[in-house]
Design a protein around this ligand. Sequence first.
Ligand code: ZN
Length: 441
Amino acid sequence: MKEQLNIRVGLLRAVKLLAFFLLLLVFGIVSLARLVKADKTEITARQLLTGAALSGSAEGGSWLRGDYTDDQNAPVLTLNGDGPIDVEVGGGYTEPGYTATDAYGRDLSDRVTAEIFGDVLLYTVTDPLGNETTTSRDITYVDTTPPEITLVGGNEYHVPAGTDFEEPGYTAIDNSDGDVTANVRVSGEVEKYRLGSYTLTYTVSDSLGNENTVTRTVWRDAAPQPETVDPEFKAIYLTFDDGPGPYTEELLDLLDQYGVKVTFFVTAQDDDYLDLITEEDARGHTVAIHSYSHDYAIYSSEDTYFEDLYAMQDIIEEKTGHSTTLVRFPGGSSNTISANYCYGIMSTLVEDLDAMGYQYFDWNVTSGDAGETEDTAQIYYNVTSEIAYNGDYEPNIVLQHDIKGFSVAAVEDIIVWGLENGYQFLPLTSSSPTVHHGTNN
Ligand code: ZN
């Protein structure tokens, strides 16, 4: 067994050796063929055996035009242009060029290397026989590169509305000055509640005045709304009566910016704006019935009242694709003007609505925009102080009118005040808390 194994190992060695020599032979033939093809000059055995001819051949056929193995001349290295060259600190430069030849006029430019050593750029060329020449250019270091700013958290940053925005951080590194993070100036503002994008600008200069500016877009995303309000009445129900009108669209846009949903008790007083009922519904607000005509003569009888109510319901259905069970009386349930038309009508209507499955809403926060004031600041004061007075134990149903520009103008500040004080803004639904004044007629 062992002897057999030895024979097999020996045989394997012989085969390997044979294969090696065969490979060597093939390589020799191929090399010879390539040399002959490259230059039809006769090749001497000496040229083949000295590395000179072979390495020369790698540079091109011209190396075979004679026997240069005794060349001991240093190559000639010529630099294009004179004077110092500008080199960017920590960076590159534009090579003005050079030429290199040997004593026989053959081009050695491809063999030139250039390397920076301190204040000089050192050029070296070595011919295939090892003859070497070095020369140099002086360097003038320049810095035209501004610091590079890296934004932690990226160029697009998202943060939910209502949370404090904290700068996610940044670094600034300069090619000359190194870490210049402390010199970065940040400008721009991120509002706390208004949804959408804000631009922050980061600027930094190096000691030579090379400046860089980058921007970050910070997005205020809508904060997720909890299903239930805690505490139960820490909610504000903004309601807008008598529209849609000329200020309704800007109000809708503003509400979108804060992701706030409200309730519109609509009328058909102005044909030009009825299509906005569709918008109110589509943007997630509650559309509810106020009155088709908003004429107190509707209180003449149950019939006249419901004729008016159904006319408005029809328009709501036409504009939104669905009906509503939410109602607000013109003048509120406590109005006494109705007595001019029909004694006791409000008490009857309140019972009728309840029997028919409707819910009516009065209000417990009065903006004063129905006649007391036309001053936006006063409206803001009225609303916020009454909400504060209600405390955490009453729902806050606010009455405003979206046909009054000075009242709509107070809404943004009211929203910001509410959000800053921990309130949520909700649209009325059939399960919302109700506020009833009580009837006086
Ligand atoms: Zn009204």
